[in-house]
Design a protein around this ligand. Sequence first.
Ligand code: C5P
Length: 247
Amino acid sequence: MTPRDPKDRLIVALDVDTLARAESLVDRLAGLVGHFKIGSQLFTASGPAAVEAIQKRGGRVFLDLKFHDIPNTAAGAAREAARMGVFMFTVHASGGRAMMRAAAEATAATAKELGGGRPLVLAVTVLTSLDRAALGRELGVASSVEGHVLHLCGQIAAIRRQFGPAWVIVAPGVRPTGAEAGDQSRTATPAAAARAGAHYVVVGRPITAAADPATAAHAILEEILFELRRGRGAAGDARDEARAGLK
Ligand code: C5P
């Protein structure tokens, strides 16, 4: 499940208010970034047209609407996501096992019916904007963030066995050293996320709000590639290789 091209590990979150802004970002990142996340802001503003616009430009879409509903409704939403041809979409793990299973089943059935690839169904565990204090005080969850993530992963594991062995780990809240955390409480650098085993990292504002989004994306990709090469035991010139790999 690891993307073949290391560049595809970076997913840029297009949290913007208009389709025109999203299209302009995709165009500015052409050749460097091929995976884009559409979340509730852009989807509420532009709907499926945003998905189509990215796909028309050759990009793959991660639809991050974090479905959290009764199983029948979540299954219906999953069916529509599969029809749109997104490569991955999210549900909330806290929606429960029946909801996650209904979404996964509907996705598999729709993909089979259409004869296309089956989108990955990702379960969001604990939002990276939440820390332990918020979990306990506001959501009534007494365990630590890690404990609660592991608890939710246990629910996901039961469903995963039914649908195939691969886990795909996607890390949001990724911040290059020195970048603003914004509303994120728990962040990691691109290198740390790659080192910890994330298959994909999601980066929004550090790229989309940069004066030059392509330069910002390039620096993040370089850091991920450097870490991956270093992890494979490449020699000290891994950084040069990482640079060369992005050309
Ligand atoms: O701008 P920034 O890099 O903080 O964007 C992170 C993106 O990842 C946002 O679109 C947010 O909705 C999403 N996300 C997150 N934490 C999660 C799941 C998704 O920040 N646990």
